[in-house]
Design a protein. Structure first.
Ligand code: ADP
Ligand code: MG
Length: 257
């Protein structure tokens, strides 16, 4: 690097984070659900967020693509602060794909239409091109043979894989997964986790809330442990699972493992 000292390092340092939360606070009425959340996610990093129910994991995910507002603090996507509203907000939200526990497919649209809808409407993509790409994505998650069916004709695991394909169709820079396998029958959990592991291997930047500790060990670069609206621990899977530091984490692990 031969640019003037003191300028470039700062810019580079900021640019390598795709998601940044700084001093994020959130209340629901009197309930303080996010307490001074600070989190930085690098490009290509896979973060797994764990913690007891009610600790604010879903709320944190929802603030990142602005399904929830925050009271104070800053959230940046690829270096750009999420504004309160407007066109720029819509653009930044499109950079963040989200997959929920409940698959949330449009029930009255075919699988193919579920995947092409946003690229056509929001990205202004040509229908043919959108369909071609959608078929590629559906093939990637192993449900291309179901393209003409309605969501209700698919199993839960298939629907969730469609939900992943639908999110990917917007070419997000980051994917958020909020307990994507919690509503599935046990025999379908792995078919969804396998798709997530593949995405992780391909370099997708991911934030995953999950209780699937096997997935966390296999795919996570970093584990974030939340309790009572705070991030209490952060570390590699080895650090977290083998050497949890706080009593809360030890207690949580003793119940889940
Ligand atoms: P987690 O995903 O870790 O289980 P959540 O983020 O869903 O936690 O919830 C954190 C806390 O905020 C819980 O006490 C929950 O009841 C509360 N909460 C979540 N969403 C709302 C809402 N829309 N209105 C009021 N309270 C909420
Ligand atoms: Mg939740």
């Amino acid at each position: 690097m031969n640019s003037p000292a003191g300028i470039q390092p700062v810019i580079e340092d900021d640019a390598k984070y795709l998601v940044e939360l700084e001093h994020v606070e959130k209340h629901f009425g009197n309930l303080h659900v996010l307490k001074d959340i600070n989190l930085k996610v690098k490009k290509g990093e896979v973060l797994v967020i764990v913690g007891p129910s009610g600790s604010g994991k879903s709320t944190m995910c929802r603030t990142i693509n602005r399904l929830e507002t925050i009271d104070s603090g800053v959230i940046r996507i690829d270096g750009q602060a999420l504004p309160q509203e407007g066109k720029q907000l819509a653009q930044l939200r499109a950079e963040v794909g989200m997959v929920f526990q409940s698959f949330n497919l449009f029930a009255n649209k075919t699988i193919l239409d579920n995947v092409t809808l946003a690229p056509i409407k929001v990205r202004g993509m040509d229908k043919m091109a959108a369909e071609r790409e959608a078929m590629d994505l559906l093939a990637r998650v192993g449900v291309d043979s179901q393209a003409e069916k309605m969501p209700s004709q698919l199993s839960g695991g298939q629907q969730q894989r469609v939900a992943i394909a639908r999110a990917l169709a917007m070419h997000p820079k980051v994917m958020l997964f909020d307990e994507p396998t919690s509503a599935l029958d046990p025999e379908m959990v792995n078919e969804v986790l396998d798709v997530m592991v593949e995405l992780a291997k391909e370099g997708m930047t991911m934030l995953c809330v999950t209780h699937e500790m096997g997935f966390a060990r296999k795919a996570a670069d970093r584990i974030v442990f939340m309790a009572d609206g705070q991030i209490l621990e952060e570390g590699t899977p080895d650090e977290f699972f083998e050497h949890p530091k706080t009593e809360r984490a030890k207690d949580f692990l003793s119940k889940i493992l």
